[in-house]
Design a protein. Sequence first.
Length: 402
Amino acid sequence: MQSAALAERRRDVRVMGVVGMCHFFSHFYQFVLPPLSILIHQSEGYSIESLAILVSIFYGASFALQLPVGFFVDRFGARNILMAGVVILAACTLLYGVFTSYLALVFLTIIAGAANSVFHPADYSILNASVKSERLGRAFSVHNFAGFAGYGLAPVLVAWLGSLWGWQTASIVTGAVGLFFVFFVFALSRDFQDSSDTRRDEGRPSSLSDDLKTLMQGPLLLCLLFFALLAAGQLGAQWFADDVLHIGHGIPVIEGNSYVTIFVVGISIGIIMGGIAADRSANHIRLASIGFVACGIGTTSMGLAPAQAEYLYPLFAVTGFLFGFGFASRDLLVRSLAPKGASGAVFGFVFSGLDIGSMSIPLVYGYFLGVGMEFYVFYLGGTLIVLAAGMIGAAGKKAAQA
């Protein structure tokens, strides 16, 4: 009995590790081009604005295909789709360094964004079907932590490789690593289960219209809105804090970036602790709501706090921790709303809200910075996170009443 439980635990750890590393590479490759933009500008002569457009193209392609990929995952399985996503995303990154015309970069970015769309539907499909329910909170935490690790490592490592070898070699090397990693995914994932197995075991009909009707239900629409508001609010502190503090308080950009680093470190610690708490709690709505409301208050406070390190470092750290603390409970709530055999479509649908929020809010924050209303980046960001907490609370209540 003990040996069977130990084998099951080891398998769960393997699933968490492999899926988490796939998520790591997804987030890592999202941030390969931005830190190389200055080098590409200097080498190829493309304007910074034209290179920034590539980021929007990437997320636009990812958003457009995330839901269709979710339907495919539920019907045909997640493993092969996940491996294809890693291969294509890594190959596009490698080919950035080979085909350097702007048209080629646009074409490769569209394909890379399309490949990026597979990760949330496929990852959550595998985790939900393969990991024991009592360890799912920690599984979701490992998954989210790995993604933020990719975000954190990419700018530093890619910029360093670019400064050593040039932007083309940096892109080729980082892409090649992902292609090599796929062999490990292939070898270690043969026994993974996913939502297509659940759908088959449950005898659930694979009607596309039925799945679309499921996604249009109130709780899932509220979750979609939750993710859009959450992403839009998060970007205020994570992407624009250094500019706000520089313009508003005269804080050097390097010091401003250190506050963002502390914020991301806080998120990472909160993700791990939130996963442990989620596995020990039955009230995931309360955990997520408390974490995000407190995070929203902390984000708003960033615009009110004195411009001194002894205040700002703890504030950014605690606010980041509170943001990450709600992740696992958030994911478990979404799981509870997903019909058996439909987790690929459900997670693909609600997580597309992240792309909606990320695409829509930068223009608003940029306007605030340009007209002398820089602290409104924090005020609006905090308000959006509080509103997001209200959306996920309402989603849980609607589901309980159904």
